[in-house]
Design a protein around this ligand. Structure first.
Ligand SMILES: Cc1cc2nc3c(=O)[nH]c(=O)nc-3n(C[C@H](O)[C@H](O)[C@H](O)COP(=O)(O)OP(=O)(O)OC[C@H]3O[C@@H](n4cnc5c(N)ncnc54)[C@H](O)[C@@H]3O)c2cc1C
Ligand code: SF4
Length: 507
């Protein structure tokens, strides 16, 4: 048992709780807010819909871990011209438990745009710097120990270096990662510092309480002000309810669940932006076959990124993926797929990430059904084709014999000459398989109440006492992995909220 965490068997009957601040969600945003408020001296409760799983329970058993740690067993998908699978963590620590651990600050060009074009002056690089530092210290953002990267990363490095392309070494939130490549099913060595092992211990050290299995359904309001929440305690043995009364409510359910919760409560409807501006950093995977052993079961998920093309909105990266997912890369089935999978030790996987120029939307339909819509645009598809061609070029430069793509009509590139054919007959959106891990923007922050859902302090424009602090408040797409950005902005929001509540208490 972790002191401060209450699972259903630790309590009896319905729960009636009171505190200064109730935080919904324990992922990147929620855990950061909770620790920051508790350290400011505020009585804070975190409600987390998912269960608690600790290091000793994480394993490489993909079907079991997907079911335990992820919403819908990992079978979530956006609808549109081509469906895009995505994953949402649903456990204590949220998506940080299943993420790849890459740590990037928001690029300055993005922060400048937020300041200059959107009037979000407190999001300047200078103002955010101390918060980035605090986040990086708390989650142990650092380079891999030498020798832990694995050949998937070494080959990527070799290809980029041979071509003279710029490389950046990833920092990851880990302590002595051994390179077991199991990040997506929870780190079994305890190296990865998800919020369960970074922000939440700080929260518990200050007396913070976290209740698992507590799915918030209703945000309580009195005279238009948020005053608490209610929901169902998902106790497998009995029907139980909970109610928490608080001076402020912070929603941090992630970029999909936060707008759904607000829409179901018919809150924050003034701007029309709840559930809009949904950006997802879509990516496509590639796999390259070498004639020497790669063994992608060893190594860190991603130790390098190729930043040569970032000004075009294109990021190339290696990405070691578990064996079960690798089988989906090959355009084969039956015996032919079984034969190909024998080659797995010779396969390196990677991906391309594209800054999306379009956005989708999220809508709560009747009977609790969500509609998650995203269309990859033709403009972005041009970038995908170029990005995939560049990554294929990189792999051939590293010595690959064949490259497998995510394009149905060009499943295999057998030589650099085939890349020219790809450019000559660019695949359509409908013939491309995408994936995403970065969901953002659905309750965006704005300096103008007609343009977003929360103000620059994270306060809902329409509902006093209601705050949002997760990926949904990001004002736009950021082009890099988002957890550090989410945590830095969440910390900023929590510090302002803490000051305000303490000042009111003193008055
Ligand atoms: C496979 C994968 C790899 C990734 N790799 C990286 C990476 O390497 N680097 C990086 O920076 N980012 C990465 N990300 C993205 C990053 O982890 C997320 O952007 C980030 O965790 C989102 O933070 P959040 O607070 O918005 O939501 P989450 O971290 O998802 O937390 C939301 C929490 O709210 C809970 N919740 C939802 N609804 C309710 C409710 N009604 N009541 C109570 N609780 C509720 C959920 O159970 C969840 O625990 C990755 C994501 C995935 C899926
Ligand atoms: S690669 Fe490193 S951080 Fe990821 S699961 Fe393995 S030991 Fe943990």
């Amino acid at each position: 048992m972790i002191e401060g965490i209450y699972e259903p068997h630790h309590t009896r009957g319905d729960l009636h709780l009171a505190c200064d601040v109730v935080v919904i969600g324990s992922g990147a945003g929620g855990a950061t807010v909770a620790a920051t408020l508790a350290e400011a001296g505020l009585d804070t409760i975190v409600l987390e819909e998912g269960p608690l799983y600790e290091t000793k329970e994480y394993s490489a058993n993909i079907p079991e871990m997907l079911t335990k740690l992820m919403r819908g067993g990992g079978s979530t998908v956006t609808m549109g011209r081509s469906p895009v699978p995505y994953l949402e963590g649903r456990c204590v620590g949220g998506t940080t438990v299943v993420n790849g651990g890459m740590c990037w600050r928001t690029p300055e060009r993005i922060l400048d745009e937020w300041v200059d074009d959107r009037g979000l002056h407190h999001l300047s690089a200078k103002r955010l710097d101390p918060h980035f530092e605090e986040v990086e210290r708390t989650i142990d953002a650092r380079h891999q120990d030498p020798g832990s990267e694995g050949r998937v990363n070494d080959l990527f490095y070799k290809g980029a270096t041979n071509l003279g392309w710029k490389l950046s070494q990833n920092k990851r939130n880990q302590r002595h990662c051994v390179g077991s490549n199991d990040c997506v099913t929870g780190c079994p060595s305890g190296a990865k510092r998800s919020t369960l092992y970074s922000w939440l211990p700080r929260f518990f050290a200050r007396g913070g309480r976290l209740y698992t299995h507590t799915k918030v359904k209703k945000i309580l309001t009195e005279r238009g002000r948020a005053v608490g929440v209610t929901g169902e305690l998902q106790d497998p043995y009995r029907k139980r309810r909970f109610r928490v009364r608080a001076r402020a409510v912070v929603v941090a359910c992630g970029a999909v669940q936060t707008p759904l919760l607000l829409q179901r409560n018919r809150l924050c409807r003034g701007s029309g932006h709840v559930g809009q501006n949904f950006t997802i950093h879509p990516n496509v995977k590639l796999a390259a076959k070498f004639d020497t052993e790669v063994n992608s079961l060893r190594g860190a998920h991603q130790a390098w990124q190729c930043t040569e093309f970032v000004n075009e909105g294109i990021l190339l990266a290696p990405g070691a993926i578990p064996l079960a997912f690798m089988s989906a890369i090959f355009p084969l089935f039956g015996q032919a797929l079984a034969e190909k999978m024998r080659d797995y030790r010779f396969i390196a996987t990677g991906g391309v990430l594209v800054d999306d120029s379009a956005s989708g939307y999220i809508r709560a339909l009747p009977f609790g059904i969500p509609h998650i819509h995203y269309d990859v645009t033709d403009v972005d598809q041009e970038k995908f084709v170029r990005a995939a061609a560049l990554l294929a070029e990189l792999y051939f430069a590293a010595g690959a014999k064949e490259v497998y793509t995510a394009f149905h009509h060009f499943p295999v590139l057998k030589s650099p000459d085939d890349i020219k054919r790809l450019y000559a007959h660019p695949p359509r959106v409908e013939d491309t398989e995408y994936f995403t891990a970065h969901l953002m923007g659905t309750c965006r922050m704005s300096s103008d109440p007609t343009q977003g859902v929360v103000d620059p302090d994270g306060r809902a424009w329409d509902v006093p006492g209601l705050y949002i602090a997760d990926a949904s408040v990001l004002p736009g797409t950021i082009g890099v992995n988002p957890q550090v950005t989410i945590m830095a902005i969440a910390r900023l929001i929590a510090l302002q909220l803490g000051e305000r509540l303490l000042a009111n208490r003193a008055a």
